[in-house]
Design a protein around this ligand. Structure first.
Ligand SMILES: [Fe+2]
Length: 311
């Protein structure tokens, strides 16, 4: 089955900013045409290639074993850092959907505060030949968002706490791993079950980007090809306040953290919050600090993600 029979997201030129925003409100996501130049994509491809080729097969359920990952993109790719992360279009979309402004009274004075979006994770995910599709999921599972049904009322801007841009390193097709997405699923309540038949394939050309809310059901597509590696560069953002008040990770030395009991390490946030918040290179941070991991066996940090487990 090709993408034509499936519900699909709109494709809108990056210059049509208001239409892009309306498409996200309506469908939960949009394909932005000409988000980046071909040259920029090729630079990020080159920046990430050594890390992808060096990565080991995944042993877990988060990704198929044919997946390769390059984390830490902000450091590893200047183009990603200095062009994409700070793209004015990214700023604009984040300001509508992720930045949060509230007010309260400090004594009798009204104060207005805006918390700006920050990078949730900066990672390239590549699916190799034979890789199976991910299960449909909402990325905001990590932030424990409870979704109310908005199918009747329409989307209330501000309902989501995260948003992502996916930038493919090659033209993506049904065959080679185009991302699955269910248009409109950002409006569903938390109990509605996503069906693969409801999803379309977000086929893209190099330079396009799939921009979608954390509440949109989507999945990395299968790779049916014999020889095509499909890298996808990700810019994942969340609300700026979704972190601790005190930045313990900069305040305490590795030696200090390793001298603590596991219970203290966990209480201080050196463990992953289920399912995936707080990892380092997809590892538990307390194990990372202790060097207590096998780099040849990357796998899920949270067993609750295995099929059939619901916690
Ligand atoms: Fe995802």
């Amino acid at each position: 089955m090709g993408s034509i029979e499936r519900p699909s997201l709109q494709r809108i030129e990056r210059t049509e900013v208001d239409k892009i925003i309306q498409a996200i409100i309506q469908d939960g996501g949009v394909i932005i045409k000409n988000f980046a130049s071909r040259e920029a994509v090729e630079r990020v491809n080159a920046d990430t290639r050594p890390y992808l080729d060096n990565d080991k097969p995944w042993k877990g359920d988060l990704f198929p074993p044919e997946t390769r990952r390059c984390t830490r993109l902000t450091a590893r790719s200047k183009t990603y850092r200095d062009e994409w992360l700070v793209d004015p279009l990214v700023d604009r979309i984040l300001s509508v959907f992720v930045d949060k402004t509230t007010h309260n009274y400090y004594g009798e004075t009204k104060h207005v505060y805006t918390s700006h979006a920050i990078v949730d994770t900066a990672v390239t995910l590549e699916i190799g030949p034979g890789g199976k599709a991910q299960r449909l999921h909402r990325d905001d599972k990590n932030h424990h968002v409870t979704h109310l049904d908005q199918t009747e009322t329409g989307y209330q801007v501000g309902s989501d706490v995260s948003l992502a841009f996916l930038v493919p390193g090659i033209d993506t097709t049904y065959e080679n791993g185009a991302t699955l997405a269910i248009p409109g699923s950002h409006l569903w309540d938390s109990d509605r079950v996503p069906k693969v038949e409801e999803a379309g394939y977000a086929e893209m050309n190099v330079g396009d980007s799939l921009c979608f809310l954390g509440g949109l059901y989507h999945a990395g597509g299968h790779n049916l090809t014999q020889n095509q590696k499909r890298p996808m560069h990700g810019l994942f953002f969340c609300r700026g306040y979704l972190r601790t008040e005190e930045n313990a990770y900069l305040a305490y030395s590795t030696e200090e953290v390793l001298s603590w009991t596991y219970k203290v390490q966990a209480r201080m946030g050196y463990t992953v919050s289920s399912p995936n918040i707080g990892f380092v290179d997809f590892m538990q941070p307390y194990k990372y600090l202790a060097g207590d991991y096998d780099p040849d066996k990357p796998g899920d940090v949270d067993e609750s993600q295995e099929p059939g487990k619901t916690s």
